[in-house]
Design a protein around this ligand. Structure first.
Ligand SMILES: [Zn+2]
Length: 108
């Protein structure tokens, strides 16, 4: 089951609706329930300086940092934009998220 707070889940394509990466899209690579955060591939990149350790040279590592879940929306491939989703219950009782505009399912 989906956590109520999370309208997105791992593997979803989402669009950022606030912050420095606004209107960019990417794929959710991790959900951080305790932080209400999502990690999105290639978005909200922060540079971290690391020290040399053993054989690993120090330097700058670029890493995704979490976006707040309220700042991302599902991105609909059909509508080509961020959309609201709604729950549809299938005949077999399975719940799927569908695009509120075109009705396309996000849970295939
Ligand atoms: Zn759509």
């Amino acid at each position: 089951m989906l956590d109520k707070k999370f309208h997105v889940k791992k593997g979803d394509t989402v669009s950022v609706i606030a912050g420095k990466d606004k209107s960019k899209t990417g794929k959710v690579i991790r959900i951080l329930p305790k932080k209400d955060g999502v990690l999105v591939e290639g978005l909200n990149i922060v540079k971290r300086h690391t020290r040399a350790r053993g054989n690993e040279p120090g330097g700058i590592v670029e890493k995704e940092s979490p976006l707040h879940v309220s700042n991302v929306m599902l991105y609909c491939e059909k509508c080509k934009k961020s959309v609201r989703s709604k729950m549809n219950v299938l005949e077999d009782g399975k719940k799927v998220r569908v695009c509120i505009k075109c009705g396309d399912s996000f849970d295939k």
